[in-house]
Design a protein around this ligand. Sequence first.
Ligand SMILES: C[S@@+](CC[C@H](N)C(=O)[O-])C[C@H]1O[C@@H](n2cnc3c(N)ncnc32)[C@H](O)[C@@H]1O
Length: 207
Amino acid sequence: MNSESQKIKNIYQEKYKKYGVDPRSLCWHQKGAAHQRFRQFWAEIDFSNKSVLDVGCGFGEMAKFLKKRYEGVDYTGVDIVPEFIEEAKKNYPEYQFFVRDFFSKPMSETYDVILASGVLNSNVPENMEYRKKAIKIIFAHAKKVLAFNMLGAYPQPENDPTSNVWYADSLEILKYCTTLTRRVIFRANYHPTDFTIFMYPTKEEFI
Ligand SMILES: C[S@@+](CC[C@H](N)C(=O)[O-])C[C@H]1O[C@@H](n2cnc3c(N)ncnc32)[C@H](O)[C@@H]1O
């Protein structure tokens, strides 16, 4: 595991020790913060009968919502933090969960839908490069759509160098995504400093 991933893992493990199964362990300050972001995903994607990979799944809560809302979802969650994956396996034994640093060691399988919610928010060295590289890796595993969200906006919010999180220039990220596919959706209407991007591989039909 590289030093960036190790640092990210340590931060989440410290929070988990303090808060246990709680949104604060996932660096969400408010209970509804994750759900507000999840809603953007199902506003756009029909998950029925799709294979879904949730990169940075945390406690796997997304699985609960997908099961409730859609038929035939084949869900897999991966996370860098073993404690989170243990909790996810306990809560959702019918789904598959793996401990994995997806940006260093992605699995070889591809999935209809890939989600990454809150996974690209950490303050690391070379923040922009880290995010672009991660997007490229995840997108290469998406058969129909990659959907991710990220802290940031345009103009770029000011960043505190001592913070655990970093706010991106959303338009620079969008522009980068268009170098991988011209079929993108950009949503920045649900939060002042968070945005969601959907990326569709050009050879696939719309879903
Ligand atoms: C803000 S939390 C969000 C968790 C969940 N997706 C949600 O929306 O509630 C970010 C998650 O990404 C995980 N993560 C960060 N970097 C990762 C990586 N390289 N590979 C896999 N998981 C990662 C963290 O461990 C953490 O559980």
